[in-house]
Write a protein that binds this ligand. Structure first.
Ligand SMILES: NC(=O)c1ccc[n+]([C@@H]2O[C@H](COP(=O)([O-])OP(=O)(O)OC[C@H]3O[C@@H](n4cnc5c(N)ncnc54)[C@H](O)[C@@H]3O)[C@@H](O)[C@H]2O)c1
Ligand SMILES: [Zn+2]
Ligand SMILES: [Zn+2]
Length: 329
């Protein structure tokens, strides 16, 4: 089969590689679509993936084309989305229901061959069956949505909270959609890119600004979410958390990023600073939200490209052009 292969950091090519065969409790999926995100850039830049060469692609949905001998409940032809998370199940954190902190953490498209290929193998346990009305080519959005759902799982839930979200890319926009449904009183969006803000406006945010200083919010915000990973945004966001409020670090900052905190203010204003990493028992619920129409794929997906354009699509994502780019292998 053909696959996009990151040969070494910085070097990617479309290559002929052996077709995957399903293990006993695995299926082989023909991806209808695979999304590109920051993780793929990290892999391209020599971070995250423990070994090269690696086929990237962890945001995927498609059709089952082969099933292993022990697979029950799924058959060739079924349409599924795939949770890429591979938890060991036996380490300290897995035993405590924190699989995303697994000491032997792995993921399809990061530590084992991913979906930027004509076929990909996946454990039966990781499948979400798509309802008939949800096309697999749109269901690649379930994986990033499942990360956003995990983010919401670590937030307090109070009706009428004010939200401030930094970053109006795919993830910030998903947070906006979830906050609207979580009973937000207001959702303000900050981004340096006016095109990205225009999408937030289209999705009904309360305010869309290039700098949070433009917002009138004397009490700050109940929930501040960083969906940029940018030091400047994180620093600014921490200063805008209101009394009793929560700051969620969702964006992936550089290893060397540093921001100062004010311990006195954290004490005085009872501020919570928390983080969320990838998927934790949130894939099934994201699938259900997607099936319920929480995300409009015609707004979230800006480009659909063939596998041969994988490298170009990575570059385009790096430049911040468009929104979610899907590869259709
Ligand atoms: N925690 C998780 O589970 C998880 C999952 C997926 C992605 N992420 C991370 O979330 C972040 C957002 O992902 P995405 O796919 O939406 O990325 P993206 O690059 O499409 O969007 C990021 C947005 O932030 C904006 N931005 C950058 N610097 C800014 C600043 N100083 N102030 C305001 N806006 C700024 C950019 O213009 C861009 O629109 C990334 O860091 C990504 O790695 C985390
Ligand atoms: Zn991703
Ligand atoms: Zn584990």
């Amino acid at each position: 089969m053909k696959a996009a292969v990151v040969l070494t950091p910085g070097e990617i090519a479309i290559e002929e590689v052996p077709d995957p065969a399903p293990g006993p409790a695995e299926v082989v999926v023909k991806p209808a679509a695979v999304g590109i995100c920051g993780t793929d850039l990290h892999i391209m830049d020599g971070e995250f993936a423990p070994a090269y060469p690696i086929v990237p692609g962890h945001e995927l949905a498609g059709e089952i084309v082969a099933v292993g001998s022990a697979v029950v409940g799924y058959a060739v032809g079924d349409q599924v989305a795939v949770d890429p998370s591979l938890y060991c199940g036996y380490c300290y954190y897995c035993k405590r229901a924190r699989g995303n902190q697994c000491e032997n953490w792995g993921a399809i498209g990061v530590t084992v061959a991913g979906a930027a290929a004509e076929y990909v193998a996946a454990p039966m346990a990781n499948l979400f069956r798509l309802p008939e009305h949800l096309p697999a080519r749109d269901a690649a959005l379930i994986e990033p949505l499942s990360c956003a759902v995990r983010g919401f799982d670590v937030l307090p839930r109070h009706l009428a909270s004010s939200y401030l979200i930094y970053g109006s890319g795919t993830m910030g926009l998903m947070m906006l959609e979830l906050a609207k449904r979580a009973g937000a009183e207001s959702v303000s969006m900050v981004d340096l890119n006016p095109e990205r803000l225009a999408t937030a406006v289209r999705l009904g945010c309360s305010a869309a600004v290039a700098s949070a200083g433009e917002l009138v919010a004397p009490r700050g915000f109940d929930v501040v979410i960083d969906c940029t990973g940018a030091e400047a945004a994180i620093r600014d966001g921490l200063s805008r958390v209101g009394r009793g409020g929560t700051f969620l670090q969702f964006g992936v900052a550089g290893y060397d990023a540093r921001v100062a905190i004010e311990p006195y203010e954290i004490y005085r204003r009872e501020i919570t600073i928390t983080g969320s990493m990838a998927v934790l028992h949130s894939f099934e619920r994201a699938g259900e939200l997607m099936a319920a129409g929480v995300l409009d794929p015609s707004i979230f997906v800006s480009h659909r490209r063939p596998l041969t354009s994988y490298a170009a699509a990575l570059d385009q994502f790096r430049q911040g052009v468009g929104r979610k780019i899907l590869i259709e292998p």
